[in-house]
Design a protein around this ligand. Structure first.
Ligand code: PLP
Length: 331
């Protein structure tokens, strides 16, 4: 089994912004890029990306999940970083083109084709620490991925962190490299000190998100997660799972969740918690670590509701149940 995101199709699609317009997208080898060592991205982190998936259905068709949402988020990240405005229609055409070319390489469920649009500032100008890059590169990489849960459905250990933040509070909505670099140190420390799998950032004692996934608490019929604000990434999976939970008649609450309430609810045997993101859909959380103490979430094992919601999502993605919300684009 190869690690997630380490296998790529041999080609990608790329367009350049030269300061005035976008070039016609080209299909190019995916194993290298030529960049000036003074390129803006390498010094001032003018970079953003997206992550979405294409799925193979039983009828042989290839279907991309919520592409519009990911493109809109890419446009927003681009604006927040002062990168040249993307043309959303062009990016959509690029995603459809490259995914169509490698349609034969889209794995069967539970595998999928992970699609990684990337936008970087390329202007060779190391004096531009306080100014945006005038030029940029937009490309779409493809990575066939297997079953996220092939190693078994194990419940994660999270360290609740009240001091420090994942990233600057106005940058949470931006899917940008610097945010991941800024959270790495606390994550490595958490792994080393308490063998945590992830850090759950809780600035001001309020639950926010982990380094690369949103957090959901499931307590009986209630689903509780932080309301959208600028401090964290607005996951497409979060939105989709909440929509499916509402369809089931569950009581979805987008609101503040304090560490105290989280720990109190986690102590009840039926409570579940999960991390949401494109890679796993929902990954169960089994243990919360706070102030040197460990609190199991419910039984401490993957729970039935987490699994049910994941199966509902997979059903739509894999074409096994009706796409009632119009989330799929058939290519
Ligand atoms: C990508 C990401 C998520 C999950 O977003 P999805 O659209 O559901 O994949 C959550 N938090 C962070 C910090 C992320 O980078």
């Amino acid at each position: 089994m190869t690690a997630f995101g380490t296998v790529f199709t041999p080609e990608m699609i790329l367009s350049r912004f030269d300061g005035s317009g976008w070039s016609t997208p080209e299909i190019v080898p995916s194993d290298s890029l030529t960049l000036h060592p003074g390129a803006h991205v390498l010094h001032y982190s003018s970079t953003c990306f997206e992550g979405l998936k294409a799925f193979r259905h039983a009828d042989g068709s290839i279907n991309i999940f919520r592409m519009d949402k990911n493109i809109q988020r890419m446009a927003q990240s681009t604006r927040m970083l002062g990168l040249p405005e993307i043309d959303e229609k062009q990016l959509e055409a690029m995603i459809l083109d490259i995914t169509g070319r490698f349609a034969a390489d889209v794995p069967e469920p539970p595998g999928s084709m992970y699609i990684r649009p990337t936008h970087i500032g390329t202007e060779p100008a190391i004096g531009k620490a306080a100014a945006p890059s005038a030029t940029s590169l937009l490309y779409v990489l493809l990575s066939p991925v297997g079953d996220y849960f092939s190693g078994g459905d194990t419940a994660l250990r999270l360290l609740l962190k009240e001091d420090g933040m994942r990233c600057a509070p106005h940058m949470g909505v931006v899917k940008s490299g610097g945010n991941y670099a800024s959270s790495l140190h606390s994550m490595m420390e958490a792994r080393q000190s308490v063998q945590a799998d992830q850090v759950l950032y809780c600035p001001d004692g309020q639950v926010q998100e982990t380094g690369a996934a949103n957090f959901l608490l499931i307590d009986g019929n209630e689903v509780i997660t932080r309301a959208l604000d600028s401090t964290f990434l607005h996951g497409v999976t979060r939105d989709s799972v909440l929509t499916l939970a509402r369809d089931l008649g569950m009581d979805v609450q987008e609101r503040d969740l304090s560490i105290e309430e989280l720990l109190e609810r986690a102590a009840k045997p039926e409570t579940e918690a999960a991390l949401s993101g494109t890679a796993a859909v929902l990954a169960p959380v089994g243990t919360l670590i706070h102030n040197g103490k460990e609190q199991a979430v419910g039984t401490g094992k993957p729970g039935p509701m987490t699994k049910r919601l994941r199966q509902l999502m997979n059903g739509v993605q894999w074409g096994e149940s009706e796409d009632t919300h119009g989330w799929l684009t058939r290519i």
